[in-house]
Ligand binder design. Structure first.
Ligand code: BGC
Length: 925
């Protein structure tokens, strides 16, 4: 009897505990496994990757307490939970992002399959069920047996001059696979751009590959698993090489300014493992064949691409093609840079745009309107006779007579040509160039083109759109839309200034703070990490850092504001993504740069060298590009010294992170000296104004913490007066001041002024651009009237800190601990703005802040991702009127009241969904 009841008890316990474990398992899950921030990357550049995952939970306050990671060398082993490469075992830790692989040493070509499970305070997850994997690339130079091939001359139909025309080069190699294939991997460097084919099939969906670098410093390769593409028997591997940045757009022209790398070249290695384990490697060498007499007659990023379909090489990338009269490539020099895996996402066709209108300007000439300024190209459908020639010219705006306005493209021809082969309908778009445009002039089109014959293809780096932002103000929403389009237009394996004119250069200054705003909108971590490498590689031995990196243009002008972006972005990557590696990796070069600047330009602790001033302030008359009015411009030495202080401050912070006490001391001493010298020179002790009292002159020291405490109020008032009285509540800053303006006004208590500036629709303002028909952000506040020489309609630099302010202050979503491990939720409430919905994919998962006020009530819907928490500031003066999920706070669960802070209730919440309603709301109206 006793025995029986004992059994029943056991059974009950069993059922109960099983129920418990089921409910726990159901509540907590794992998703979004990433290796080096990428999903299932092939051919990564490191043997010690960082692994990240996200936790899902149907319960609030979910915090990870431990994890277990298994990494196996095969899928089968992983299924059997055999971590032959690594079994971390249960590891007590709340770390769920950037966990270092710590298993058996990995080597080139290692295949790794992985999964993870977590223990949380709310239960245990199952093993992650998505199949996750990575493979290691070729880590050492000796892994490469392939030889660089190319051809160091032009052909009779090419022209290597300022407006160079160089035809694409088609390479092919036929080979035999004698057995059935177990695994096949291609590693390719195709400079400047490549397309890759196996047996006629395009490999990958990347375009304009691979990411551009200074090829004398580093060369990036891409890796593809082509196991399914190789067949037993005969195979053909083919590549087309375009020019990209390798064969520059303006060769033999301004050689001191424009860097040249030479003619296109290829390095390719195809490694095949047969089922029996034996191996075969196909390498680029002089046994390949090539021709430049194919359909792509020229491809020049500024000038466009010409495609003659009558010259198509039918079947060239398949077996059985007769390549007898093709040429033998030359074995050529390596470009010089170290060969590394590309870790930033490839460029792809990321979106499409349907044209909204097409009109006939004159017989045979049509103007098509895409309705949106964009970067990419149009794909065209056309039917006509062999030899018919269609010309597409791209521009951002139109002249009053409806014709294209191309003056602001400077000497970029921005023209694609397609020659028909005739017969059936033909579909075409260029592959080795892109354009920045809204309008397309079409000539030579057989018959009358209609909008359904064209589609715009938007081309940029394959990065997830991580943020959504919308408010009750439609103008602000349109400005955000314009910014979104501008940002995506200007990512091209590096951030460039503009996509249309003869420039498209990775100017550092344009992204100083903009990169922070952008990081809310796009998952741009790896791109910016790559750009820091570009910047480091452009550093001269003496420490100088250029204004453009990679240094395709030679601009080593030595200033604080453009090169300082190097330090600002490392800081951004740490705060937004918890990525400390860039700080570790670049610390020495950053220190070297600061040392160089100090030694060369520091006079009595003032940084005396500047170049750009507060670039592009609103000028005094509409046609001017740069203001000549000294009261609008800010002293270069003031800007340089304030930035110098900021850089020293950040370096001091980095030195703390990296545990370098001597450097902490060094940077803090230098910072203090710079601050004192700065105040001594620029702060007028009587008026408490900085220098000529521009907004920028006062804002930089105030925001950077250089102003003596006792003077802060007055200095802030200088800014307020300058804006509200002199500038009539409009923007008066350029690229420099605008980087700190919106957050500065908000942090010091006047978000209403920031909002006013943001919501203006008359000149100068972002809203003015919108009102004048802009669908992106202009290079100049007066972009509609200024001279064309420097007047792009698609630049992001004037955004300053606007987008960061949208998310951090209007949405109220700010990282407190790096990577949003803790979040500060503190919306800046301003009169006239009734609601904001902001959401952002943090490394931990989605954070959401949707607030609305109505009928004296403040409603706030919040989501905090698992394993993260937030401190929430509710705009109420007492706790009693707050409801959460309809209940009074004490009855609702999952948060801590931390007290009142400057009239706001401060509450700590864990992960989960919340709906706060505050009836005793302190309206700012
Ligand atoms: C570029 C800018 C850049 C500036 C600096 C311009 O031509 O387009 O974006 O920062 O020059 O000189």
């Amino acid at each position: 009897m006793i025995k029986r009841s004992f059994h029943i008890v056991l059974l009950v316990i069993g059922i109960f505990s099983c129920f418990m474990c089921n409910s726990a398992v159901a509540a907590v899950g794992i998703s979004n496994l990433r290796c080096e921030m990428l999903y299932n990357p092939q051919g990564i550049s490191t043997a010690r990757p960082r692994l990240s995952w996200q936790i899902t939970s149907d319960q609030r306050n979910t915090v990870q307490t431990a994890y277990e990671i298994i990494v196996a060398s095969s899928k089968q082993k992983l299924t059997r939970n055999e971590g032959d490469l690594w079994d971390s075992r249960k590891t007590i830790s709340d770390k769920s992002i950037m966990v270092n692989y710590a298993g058996k040493p990995l080597i080139s070509r290692s295949q790794c399959y992985w999964k993870v499970r977590v223990w949380t305070n709310k239960g245990i997850s199952e093993w992650s069920n998505q199949p996750a994997n990575w493979s290691v690339g070729l880590l050492t130079p000796s892994d490469w047996q392939a030889k660089w091939i190319g051809y160091e001359h032009g052909f009779p139909w090419d022209s290597v001059s300022k407006f160079s025309r160089l035809s694409a080069r088609y390479y092919r190699k036929q080979f035999q696979a004698t057995q059935s294939i177990k695994k096949a991997t291609v590693y390719i460097v195709g400079l400047g751009h490549y397309e890759l084919y196996i047996n006629g099939k395009t490999i990958g969906d990347q375009v304009l590959a691979e990411a551009p670098t200074d090829y004398t410093q580093s060369v990036l390769y891409n890796t593809f698993d082509v196991t399914a593409d190789i067949q037993r028997g005969d195979n053909v591997i083919g590549t087309v090489l375009g020019n990209g940045r390798f064969f520059t757009m303006r060769p033999k022209y301004k050689p001191k300014k424009i860097k040249e790398f030479g003619f296109p070249r290829l390095l390719l290695q195809l490694e095949i493992t047969y089922q029996d384990g034996s191996k075969k490697t196909i390498i680029s060498d002089d046994s390949w064949k090539f021709t430049a007499d194919g359909p792509i007659r020229t491809n020049n990023e500024y000038d466009g691409e010409e495609y003659d379909a009558t010259k198509e090489l039918i079947g060239w990338n398949k077996t059985g093609y007769d390549d007898n009269n093709w040429l033998k490539p030359e074995l050529v020099e390596a470009p010089g840079g170290k060969i590394e895996a590309q870790m930033d996402a490839p460029i792809k066709i990321m979106d499409t745009v349907k044209p909204i209108n097409i009109v006939q300007l004159k017989p045979g000439t049509w103007i098509m309107d895409m309705g949106q300024d964009m970067a990419g190209w149009v794909q065209m459908k056309v039917k006509g006779n062999r030899g018919d020639k269609v010309t597409l010219c791209y521009a951002e705006t139109l002249k009053p007579d409806g014709d294209l306005y191309t003056a602001n493209l400077r000497d970029a021809k921005a023209t694609d040509v397609y020659i028909l082969k005739g017969g059936d309908e033909e579909t075409w778009h260029p592959v080795f160039v892109y354009h920045g445009f809204r309008y397309v002039e079409i000539t030579g089109y057989p018959g009358a083109p209609t909008i359904s014959d064209f589609i715009g293809q938007v081309v940029y780096d394959d990065m997830a759109n991580t943020g959504q932002f919308e408010t009750s103000n439609t103008l602000i929403n349109q400005i955000y839309h314009n910014a979104y389009w501008g940002i995506r237009s200007d990512y091209k394996g590096m951030p460039v200034d503009c996509p249309q004119r003869n420039e498209r250069m990775p100017w550092l200054g344009d992204r100083a703070t903009g990169s922070l705003g952008e990081s809310f909108v796009f998952d741009n971590e790896n791109l910016y990490a790559k750009w820091l490498d570009d910047i480091e590689q452009s550093q001269k031995p003496d420490g100088s850092i250029p204004d453009v990196a990679p240094a395709y243009w030679n601009y080593y002008s030595d200033n604080m504001t453009w090169p300082g972006t190097y330090i600002l972005i490392a800081d951004m990557l740490y705060n937004q993504f918890a990525d400390k590696a860039p700080i570790e990796k670049h610390y020495a070069s950053m220190k070297k740069w600061l040392g160089y600047m100090r030694q060369k330009y520091d006079k009595n602790n003032l940084m005396t060298k500047d170049k750009y001033g507060d670039w592009c302030v609103p000028p005094e008359s509409p046609e001017l590009i740069h203001s000549r009015d000294s009261s609008r411009n800010t002293n270069g030495e003031l800007i340089a010294t304030a930035y110098y202080y900021r850089m020293l401050y950040l370096m001091q912070h980095f030195a703390v992170l990296l545990n370098k006490p001597a450097d902490v001391q060094l940077f803090s001493t230098l910072a203090l000296e710079a601050k004192n010298a700065f105040n001594h020179k620029f702060l007028n002790k009587k008026t408490l104004r900085y220098d000529n009292n521009t907004v920028t002159a006062n804002l930089l020291p105030l925001y950077f913490g250089m102003v003596p405490d006792a003077d802060k109020k007055v200095v802030f008032n200088n800014i307020v007066n300058k804006i509200t009285i002199d500038a009539k509540s409009h923007i008066s800053t350029g690229v420099i001041g605008t980087q700190w303006l919106m957050r500065g006004l908000t942090d010091f208590g006047r978000p209403d002024i920031a909002y006013h500036i943001a919501a203006n629709d008359d000149y100068p303002s972002w809203g003015y651009m919108v009102k004048r028909g802009a669908t992106t952000i202009w290079e100049l506040w007066n972009g509609d009237t200024a001279a064309p020489a420097m007047n792009s309609r698609n630049h992001v630099m004037l955004l300053g800190d606007l987008i960061a302010w949208f998310y951090q202050d209007l949405g109220g979503v700010k990282a407190d601990e790096p990577g949003f491990k803790t979040i500060i939720m503190k919306p800046a409430e301003v009169a006239g703005l009734d609601s904001v919905s902001a959401s952002y994919q943090t490394p931990y998962g989605l954070v959401k802040s949707n607030w609305r006020r109505h009928d004296k009530q403040f409603d706030w819907v919040i989501t905090i991702p698992p394993n993260s928490k937030a401190v929430v500031y509710l705009p109420v003066n007492s706790f009693s009127g707050i409801r959460e999920g309809g209940k009074r706070i004490p009855a609702a669960s999952g948060f801590k009241y931390l007290g009142q802070d400057k009239g706001e209730a401060k509450i700590e919440i864990g992960s989960g969904d919340y709906h706060f309603a505050a009836s005793n709301y302190l309206s700012k109206e």
